[in-house]
Design a protein around this ligand. Structure first.
Ligand SMILES: C[S@@+](CC[C@H](N)C(=O)[O-])C[C@H]1O[C@@H](n2cnc3c(N)ncnc32)[C@H](O)[C@@H]1O
Length: 275
């Protein structure tokens, strides 16, 4: 059983939008092709973080709800929606485990963007099944590098992830941390979890990630600060020292301060409620 630790993303939310790569540009097309989004439709985005999917997909739905237990993430999400003039989203501060009460259905689509693994998966999937309309869909969306073809670099050097991770280890030790404890290690496939629920079978679809994403030094650093295992609070009063060592390393690897970021393709695991 996963117990929610409110400190996992402490200090990370303000870095998230600037530091994390976007999902595939084909995501809207895929969801529109695969799912029936016509008529009066509602979206629930669980573990919405700074509104990454909620804000991006809200225009495909009549109403959208973004749910996340972290108040700083919700604040970022609210601001993102405001900046883009999107007015059909309701924000709910709650855990996925609080469903269905926290955000009652029905929904045509329920999304989890890199957040399902933080939840008690079987129990949460069952709650999602209950709040979906008949034929509604659950979509688990993640970046996947492993096993996917790597596109050619657009020019700048790749982000030196191995060297940055070595710096994280120098400051925080070799065990991956998260909040007050250690990061959960996922050894199972989402499809196998869903097979144990009323969803039964699911389909795994891949759409191409952004092949030519170029980020600057501060954005690379923000990417690390947006991760639970290198969130700012873990470094305590050595956070600036860490940031400066990363900046120095990045300067040495790219005097122009530009890096190619390959987030991988976007993997979408789709499961439907029986019609
Ligand atoms: C990796 S971020 C993903 C943010 C966004 N969905 C995206 O695609 O970029 C994971 C999010 O899950 C949230 N989270 C963690 N535990 C959760 C839980 N039990 N229920 C709902 N959300 C949770 C975190 O607060 C965080 O905002």
């Amino acid at each position: 059983m996963v117990r929610y630790d409110p400190s996992i993303y402490h200090g990370a939310a303000v870095h998230y939008r600037y530091g994390r790569p976007a999902y595939s540009p084909r995501l809207e097309a895929l969801l529109t092709e695969e799912l029936d989004l016509v008529g009066s439709t509602r979206l629930l985005d669980v573990g919405c973080g700074p509104g990454t999917l909620t804000v991006r997909l809200a225009h495909l739905f009549e109403e959208a709800v973004g749910l996340d237990p972290d108040p700083s993430m919700i604040a970022e999400a609210r601001q993102a929606a405001q900046e883009q003039g999107i007015a059909n989203i309701t924000w709910v501060q709650a855990q996925a485990e609080d469903l269905p009460k926290a955000a009652p259905g029905p929904y045509r689509v329920v999304t989890f963007g890199q957040s399902f693994h933080w939840t008690n998966e079987v129990r949460v999937a069952e709650a999602v099944y209950d709040i979906l309309e008949p034929s509604g869909a659950l979509a688990l969306i993640v970046h996947t590098v492993e096993g996917r073809p790597v596109p050619p670099s657009p020019g700048p050097p790749p982000i030196p992830h191995a060297e940055i991770r070595a710096l994280v280890q120098k400051y925080l030790g070799s065990t991956k941390r998260a909040g007050q404890g250690t990061a959960p290690i996922r050894t199972h496939r989402f499809e196998d979890v869903l097979a144990r629920t009323r969803f039964g079978t699911s389909r795994v679809l891949f759409i191409p990630g952004i092949p030519d994403l170029v980020r600057d030094t501060e954005s690379v650093l923000s990417g690390y600060f947006s991760m639970t295992y290198s969130a700012p609070h873990l470094f305590g009063d050595r956070v600036e020292a860490f940031a400066n060592e990363v900046r120095e390393l990045l300067r040495a690897r790219s005097p122009e301060g530009l890096f190619w970021d390959w987030p991988g393709d976007t993997e979408v695991i789709l499961a439907r409620k029986l019609g």
